[in-house]
Design a protein. Sequence first.
Lengths: 354, 330
Amino acid sequence: MPPDLTTAPAAPRPAAPDHAPLLEIEGLKTHVDTPEGIVRAVDGAGFSVPRGKIVCLVGESGCGKSMTARSVLGLVEPPSRIVEGAIRWHRDGGESVDLAALDPRGEAMRAVRGREIAMVFQEPMAALSALHTIGDQVIEAIRLHLPLSREEAEERAVRLLTRVGIPRAAERLRSYSFQLSGGMCQRVMIAIALACDPALLIADEPTTALDVTTQARILDLLGDLQADTGMSVLFITHDLGVVAEIADEVVVMYLGTVVEHGPVDDIFHHPQHPYTRALLGSVPRLGTGPRQRLDTIRGTVPHPSERPEGCPFHPRCDVAVAGVCDRGEGPVEVALGASRGVRCVHAGAEGSAS
Amino acid sequence: MLSYVARRCLYMIPTLFGISVVAFAIIQLPPGDYLTTLVSRLENQGESVDRAQLESLRERYGLGDPLASQYVTWMSSILFHGDFGQSFEYSRPVADLVADRLPLTVVLAVTTLLTTWLLAFPIGLYSAVRQYSPGDYLATIVGFLGLAIPNFMIALLLMYLGQTVFGMSVGGLFSPEFEDAAWNLGKVIDLLGHLWVPVLVLATAGTAGLIRVLRANLLDELHRPYVVAARARGMPERKLLVRYPLRAALNPFVSTVGYVLPALVSGEVVVAQVLSLPTTGPLLLNALRSQDMYLASSVILIVSVLTVIGTLLSDVLLAWLDPRVRLDQG
């Protein structure tokens, strides 16, 4: 297994100090050209992923979280395209590269995909080719980046499959995806993602398509693997229960922008943005009594092509200030400590909005 | 895999039986039986009928027996003696007539199929990968023209052009001097020189259709999650295309194998007639028009059997290509 990234490197590297993030996204805009006009799916999102941490990217469907993740690996296809922004990838040696500026079909991007940043997808069954064996696909992932012979790659594949909890891994190499359960397929996808010891694993709603017990097991597995390898994980989900379970840090997205980010405990116990508060308020809790109605967020998410002016959340916000929140470019991010930030005019004035 | 093939072979038996029953029913369709037809035909031509010969024929086909035993007699003479009966029209055994034409029909069918594939495959691939490019539009226009223009029109056009511009005879599969010659190298070359016209004509519609099918299939596959996942692994685009979506889009190609023969025999009769091709198509058409029952039913029988075999081949090929077909025993 790979070098443990959680322990501090033996010699300090001036170019990439230990606290420097692994991935920094700044002002990312990914737009979709549709016949009705341009949809600003990601509209100036920015956040960073520290080394050796699990960062959860949360938000409702359509808030641009998947599109953000795909932008990192250059996987956005026409009619979608990255319009603006930087995705800075800081390699271990201190070298940095702007992934947003790379040619998505070029060699440089290919070297990052699967080798340095790997991805796990929402529907494990569909993400595996039904025409090729599991072994074919795992071994292919290994040999695309590592100079191993077929036999060596096969041994590594068996080790990987065993590590992600697939019983009788050597036999399973000859199975097809349709012969496995959804949970098993997701384990295979995780094994493929880990094939070359990536520094960052992007997991795009990896448990959404699975049943609840399988979900829990996959989450445990991802947590274990992260602890073992010290890789960073960018975990995309809309499920706050999942966030509470595995996240070190949370990034909350709404309509293509990051409205709030910070350590998981701060976000859950001291949410600053009205949207984060509303999101947390909509989670059912045990012990609140049978007749208690769940809080809902007023209104609906506007269509991305009808993005409101000013703060994107103001039409649904209880504490919106007329004349402030509904015009201009929207509030700028207010830093609340080293790894905490919120985009709201009320930011910093604790309790003023509740 | 073996059990799959064995099962497919077993399924063929009832199908073949059904086909033979239908073919037999065709023999029985005209009023009267074979002999009454024969007698009336001979009398029309002012010839006398030999009683003894009639009796021997009645004996041979078991014409006095009940239908079921007639069927058995007919089938067993085909199965055990290769005797398909006698053609009135040609006054020759049906087996000989079919033997003359079937090999050329199969040669034409296979060549047409291969040409269709060779043309449709790269064009369909290009059309899908470069969707809405000028090349794709060109392929689409040519493809729809190919689909829309009746094949016999193309045949007539080619004949006209061949005659007036190139001064060659484009009808048939052989030049007059080779028509009745024994097989030798010269005849083979002569056949190849003639074959391209019907192959081109017959392949246009199939190619046009297949281009559209491959393009649509590939467009479906190109954006599937497993393609994105393979790309996210760092696979080069070209390798990715061939290994994943193209492989998945191959199925319709393979499935066409089974349909080529019946299409050639029944659907392309008009073309064969226009180009006076010595294939089974015109033979069947004439047999049906002149109520030459044994000939008609034999051609139908043989072509149907070939179709069933072609379908079996395409199924086996499909199972080899696609593990879902092979392993889904349900």
